[in-house]
Design a protein around this ligand. Structure first.
Ligand SMILES: [Mg+2]
Length: 275
């Protein structure tokens, strides 16, 4: 006689168990209780089209600043700005480290951006999705606070967030540590009283996601505002000089299938509601 089969109670993957993942989703991916999630949203080219609204004039202003204060030619200043951007992820960091530039002066002088409000555009769908998204929500941007608030207020997004963490908040033990600095990510999580594993970084810049993932954060890659060559094709080298804000090398250095440190690629904030 064949004994009756024992009923084995299978334990579903963590995300499904907690009602957090879709069937078939990668086990463990974004398996954070919705109410517990701490969303860290980048600003430029994540929540609005900064290549259209801000990058060109900002880059020009930075180059002019370097010409005036470092006594460089325009070409020399442009090349150095690009070099610091590529190397440090922020031009400011190179100027502070190597030229003794005062951060607040540089930020104030280079982010005046007349007419910015008229160039800003976002999506009503994104705004609605941000309102519905559960968990705590913060802006985490390498841009200055005044600029971030100006963008958020103009786009009607300010009320969607619990706070704004800008480059002024990225000083750790007296040193400026913008994204993708790991010490800054830890510092931010501690300040928000959040576990790193509860944080979800939503970004267009892969270098930042790679660092965050290495600390145990979840990462989501926003692609809406990236140019086609950064979404699906390997980066093609450019001379890095003729930069009108579109030479986003820090993004494009990666052949852009979804890297292993990215949980999801999205083109709309609305998709976050499904993760
Ligand atoms: Mg960005």
């Amino acid at each position: 006689m064949v004994p009756p089969a024992r009923r084995v109670r299978r334990t579903p993957p963590e995300g499904v168990r907690a009602g957090l993942g879709r069937p078939g989703a990668r086990p463990g991916a974004l398996s954070i209780r919705r109410s517990q999630r701490v969303w860290l949203f980048d600003l430029d080219n994540t929540l609005h089209d900064a290549s259209h609204a801000a990058f060109g004039p900002t880059n020009l202003a930075m180059t002019e600043y370097m010409v005036e204060h470092l006594s460089l030619t325009h070409q020399g200043a442009s090349e150095l700005r690009q070099h610091y951007w590529n190397h440090y992820g922020a031009t400011l960091l190179g100027l502070v480290r190597h030229h003794g530039v005062k951060a607040s002066h540089f930020l104030e002088q280079t982010h005046r951006l007349p007419g910015l409000e008229q160039r800003l555009r976002s999506s009503a769908h994104d705004r609605a999705a941000l309102v519905r998204l559960r968990g705590r929500k913060y802006i985490l941007t390498n841009a200055p606070r005044a600029y971030a608030l100006r963008v958020l207020n103009t786009l009607g997004l300010a009320a969607c967030f619990d706070g704004v963490l800008s480059i002024e908040d990225m000083t750790v033990f007296g040193h400026l540590r913008p994204k993708p600095d790991a010490r800054m990510f830890r510092h931010v999580a501690a300040r928000l009283k959040a576990r790193l594993s509860d944080c979800v970084l939503v970004e267009d810049t892969l270098e930042h996601q790679k660092a965050a993932h290495g600390l145990g954060m979840r990462t989501v890659w926003m692609q809406r505002y990236l140019e086609g060559r950064f979404r699906g094709a390997p980066w093609a080298a450019t001379n890095g000089i003729a930069n009108n804000g579109r030479n986003r090398r820090e993004v494009g250095v990666h052949p852009c299938r979804k890297p292993p440190y990215v949980y999801a690629k999205i083109k709309s904030i609305h998709t976050l509601l499904t993760l």
